[in-house]
Design a protein around this ligand. Sequence first.
Ligand code: G6P
Ligand code: ZN
Length: 543
Amino acid sequence: MLMQTMQTTPISGQKPGTSGLRKKTAVFRAPHFLENYVQSTFNGIGGVAGKTLVVGGDGRFFNDTAIQIILRMAAANGAAKCIVGQGGLLSTPAASHLIRLRQADGGLILSASHNPGGPDADFGLKYNGPNGGPAPEAVTDQIFECTQTIEYYRTCTADDLDLETIGQQSLADMDVEIVDPVADYAALMETIVDFEKIRALFAGGFTMCFDAMHAVTGPYAHAILEGILGAPKGTVINGTPSPDFGKGHPDPNPTWAKALIDKMYGADAPDFGAASDGDGDRNMIVGRGAYVTPSDSLALLTAHAHLAPGYRDGLAGVARSMPTSRAVDGVAESLGFGCFETPTGWKFFGNLLDAGKVTLCGEESAGTGSDHVREKDGLWAVLLWLNILAETQKSVAELMADLWATYGRCYYARFDYEAVDSAKATEMMHDLRSKLPMFAGASIGALEVEMADEFSYVDPVDRSRSDGQGIRVVFEGGARAVFRLSGTGTQGATIRLYLEQLETDHDRLQEDAQKVLANVRDAALQLSDLEAITGRTAPDVIT
Ligand code: G6P
Ligand code: ZN
């Protein structure tokens, strides 16, 4: 085996976004692109000599090739050991758990999450630290700096490793351990939720459909739901991971998981429906004829978490990203614990979880999680829901109706304008920012502005500051509009407009969300001049 030091030069566009580096697969496959980024990651975290890393991905196209490249580079950089999921597979939450369980120094997760996979679609890579969570900004900044000055990377000539056979192998002086991707994760779930109760629920005839969207949660859901918990075979659909996710878009929302939504609103709907995304960290929850928004799901789980063994002693606190609806705030207030508001990005929850300030957290972007790992966790959310359904013996629709009757309902929608010309999107945000001082007290259509600002965050644990995290306009009467540019897109800019309207009138808790949100939508479009500036008259996706 030959150790090689390869000359290279910086490649532009290697700045990690909301969740690691995401690019078109073709970009990742271009000469030196992956190698430069991996070496910069190693350099940016102070080298990997003597370290143990967890490596795995969501099985998308290029996953296997990229893992072999990473393993050769890790060996050449002196890593002591890599722990790799069998077949190169690890869901993001399972990778987070493995880092923590094995006290590894960190991990490399190969995924572009919910983005489509394939040679013409997307690929991604991110580094998670020793706490199992996405690297904080100080680290990703460091990595980015290294990408701009890189002169060489280290690799070695070696045959591909056999990723299919569980057990120990070696690559130069580095140990490689191939592990069952599901076993440790399933064992963790059993310590959190009441498997007996859920088993009894299924044994009693409760029906469910879990859509794995041809992505990584297939093996996990087959093993846990149908295997351990005894749900009938066929409960899990699209359960075999495929490199292009069955040519689908593995994003669990009503647009991309439409087949599941149709089933849940159809005549023979099962009792419970759920889906997860490409790498298994997102979730969608839908009852019979009852879609649950991610923001509402966070509120519901917060209100009932104590029914599960892992949270029997109550929650230390909760956190939500700023654009996530304020539904959970009322629950936290009434249960007497803190509710933190963070910028978008799971990494911002890490310090709060590590410091024990929060137990549960969630985002409007279909992420919910807790302190059991340092990533959001799709299947965990589904299992916690099942635990709550088993304990309360209520339907999803009944649970939601109870929640809204107690706290009011936060009607919510997110409008996405995708692949907008970057300059125009920036101009719109810039314009909004400059107009902010004029908004306070202004009447816009039917609404009056109560407060408007650009969100910035000071981390309560390490005091780090993150500016420019979205423009929010709060209106009198419980309405709010938030504007931000997505940090995960791979083409042009994606403008996200988040709309919310709190309704506490008991007679108006079952209205059509888009109708209820019409006033705040009109006001937001007027304030931002979005349509004139971008030329877009309708969002590409509404979630
Ligand atoms: C990823 C991150 C989330 C984030 C989501 C949307 O899934 O892990 O924390 O909420 O992307 O981010 P974006 O910047 O595209 O709105
Ligand atoms: Zn994901």
